[in-house]
Design a protein around this ligand. Structure first.
Ligand code: D5M
Ligand code: FE
Ligand code: ZN
Length: 475
């Protein structure tokens, strides 16, 4: 028997407790770091009840191995790109991708009354109408010149350059993301220009979220970066141990969602090797499996990849392939999904996206910053698209079907990537950016990214109350 186990048991024996042989068997399976704390807690509770026997049931309950039958933990995978990504080749593929994006978003906007008045760009260009004209398309260009903003829209019939004069409308125009879907109300200017009178985005409607019947909790994590020298191993292990602790919040957790950058990977950035503890992605994933396998068995874990994880870099990404580490696939509590993915936890729809596009959006949209990723996520919901900007940093695969369109309005929208915890509630959708478990890297320090690592974000799926628990150690 391990020394820590003997010590913890002696504590109970010295208090006059007996230990049932069944309980001993469980001690093989539990996290010894937590054992002392748990035994003390059991001794305290049972002394009050004048019960001096520690049995299997006590240990199972306090370690969270035993199901609290009351707490529901149903899950469904509603969307996972892993098995359906195809990658059409070259230009044809991108044409299909944009056509798919246009068609899907036009359908989304079609329930607006103005949508009935929509005309194709080719028709509008030939028109001499004095009436208002409605067009829609993907925003191929946004230019601000002196006092005006020019917006160019493309649809399958052509391209139109439109001009925004109105100051308030210019603000809306500036917040649009390149390649996002936009609808405009236009009038013909005296010298032939198309003047924008109104800008309409697909946006999400005011949303009444689905709720869990029971007060089951979910933890949102991302950006562990296991294998990096900066991975916060002690803090993360503390978090995993805490899941088995008697803490009343921990006792209600039945789901853990990990939104990518599980490992640091190899060859992701130039000179990354200098910052790696483990130089092989297989080793990094083995270590991941070792750590995550300590999560109690009554918790379901969903693992989605990010830009550091092995597999395809371009969006949408498939789940981390079995060939890199089958251990992650063997654990029946683990569910390996792609990026993005839509899952249902007790009926609550959770959209999981690593958040690669946040970089491009912050760099090109006035008023957004890396310190407030939830604001950026809000603009993704408004655009009804997870990664609109094409041709910048974020690689996008030429799929025939644009799987990055937000077709279903989620109840919770989870992303990571920028390593900053941030929360928001937008039209009834809970927005969570779940930070990181990696200290600030020299690169991040150089570009002024200030991470808030070591914080677990926990949501009560019945009330949507959010808790954060800080595991970062001061040293
Ligand atoms: O990205 C974490 C954040 O830091 C994200 O906003 C990108 C940015 N980042 C980090 N390293 C680089 C390099 N080398 N070039 C550009 N941007 C970078 P993560 O995906 O965790 O690396
Ligand atoms: Fe990351
Ligand atoms: Zn990332």
């Amino acid at each position: 028997m391990k020394k820590e186990v003997t010590l913890a048991l002696n504590f109970a024996l010295n208090k006059g407790f007996q230990i049932h042989p069944d309980a001993l068997e469980i001690l093989e399976r539990v996290d010894v770091k937590e054992l002392e704390k748990v035994i003390k807690e059991i001794v305290r509770t049972k002394s009050k009840q004048n019960l001096y026997l520690i049995n299997q049931n006590d240990l199972e309950l306090f370690f969270g191995i035993k199901e609290d039958g009351e707490l529901e933990n149903d899950h469904r995978i509603l969307f996972d790109p892993s098995e359906i990504i195809t990658t059409a080749e070259g230009i044809d593929g991108y044409n299909s991708l944009f056509k798919s994006r246009f068609t899907k978003l036009k359908k989304i906007i079609s329930n607006r009354p103005e949508a009935k008045l929509l005309k194709s760009i080719a028709t509008v260009i030939g028109s001499k109408s004095k009436e208002d004209l409605y067009v829609c398309g993907l925003l191929s260009e946004r230019k601000s010149e002196r006092n005006i903003t020019k917006l160019t829209l493309d649809d399958p019939t052509g391209s139109i350059e439109t001009i925004v004069f109105d100051k308030d409308l210019q603000k809306t125009a500036d917040s649009l993301l390149t390649d996002q879907f936009v609808m405009e109300r236009l009038t013909l200017g005296r010298n032939g220009g198309y003047i924008v009178k109104d800008i309409i985005t697909p946006n999400i409607p005011e949303h009444t979220s689905n709720r869990s019947k029971t007060e089951t909790y979910v933890v949102f994590l991302s950006d562990l970066h296991i294998g990096s020298m900066y991975f916060m191993e002690r803090e993360f292990n503390d978090f995993v141990s805490w899941l088995s602790s008697p803490d009343p919040i921990a006792r209600k957790i039945r789901f853990v969602v990990i939104g990518g950058d599980v490992v640091d990977g190899v060859g992701i950035y130039p000179d990354q090797n200098k910052e790696l503890d483990l130089l092989d992605v297989g080793q990094q994933l083995s270590k991941t499996a070792q750590i995550l396998n300590k999560i109690p068995k009554n918790i379901k874990v969903f693992i989605s990849p990010g830009n550091h994880d092995p597999g395809r870099r371009a969006l949408p990404q498939p789940a981390i392939l079995k060939k890199y580490n089958s251990d992650l696939w063997k654990n029946e509590n683990f569910h390996m999904v792609g990026n993005p993915a839509l899952i249902s936890l007790n009926g609550v729809k959770v959209l999981i996206f690593h958040g690669q596009s946040i970089d491009d959006i912050v760099r090109t949209t006035p008023g957004l910053s890396f310190n407030k990723p939830a604001k950026v996520m809000r603009s993704l919901l408004q655009a009804r698209h997870l990664s609109p900007i094409y041709g910048a940093y974020t690689p996008i695969a030429p799929e025939l079907d644009d799987m990055m369109v937000i077709e279903d309005v989620p109840d919770i929208f989870h992303a990571g990537h920028v390593h900053v915890v941030d929360l928001d509630l937008y039209r009834g959708v809970l927005i969570v950016n779940s930070g990181a478990w990696q200290h600030q890297t020299p690169f991040q320090a150089g570009v002024g990214i200030n991470p808030t690592p070591g914080i677990a974000v926990i949501v009560n799926l019945k009330t949507f109350k959010v808790f954060t628990k800080d595991f970062s150690l001061e040293d």
